[in-house]
Ligand binder design. Structure first.
Ligand SMILES: [Zn+2]
Ligand SMILES: [Zn+2]
Length: 95
């Protein structure tokens, strides 16, 4: 399960099985849920500024082998303990 995908426009590589690259804004998302969350009416939302209804950040940056990706905050894709268990060699950027 390590199929490398590549985008010729931003020259980024990522794991095509695990991650979703946006062909419009060229950000990388941890999974299809996070990807879907950043699309609204065919427009890309900025995960750095997008908030949930309770005012908390909707996304959290996660550093993976492929570089910075975005995951939905509060899900197992951004919780360090889950990431460590899956041995994904990441550390969460919690600043
Ligand atoms: Zn996008
Ligand atoms: Zn790209």
């Amino acid at each position: 399960m390590n199929t490398l995908a590549w985008c010729p426009r931003c020259n980024r590589e990522w794991n095509g099985h695990l991650e979703c690259h946006c062909p419009t804004c060229h950000l990388l998302f941890n999974n299809i849920d996070a990807f879907d969350r950043h699309r609204r009416r065919n427009v890309c939302l900025d995960p750095a500024t997008e908030l949930r209804r309770d005012g908390e950040p909707a996304f959290q940056p996660v550093r993976r082998k492929s570089g910075e990706t975005w995951g939905l905050s509060g899900t197992r894709d951004t919780l360090p303990e889950f990431l460590a268990r899956r041995n994904m060699e990441v550390s969460v950027n919690d600043r």
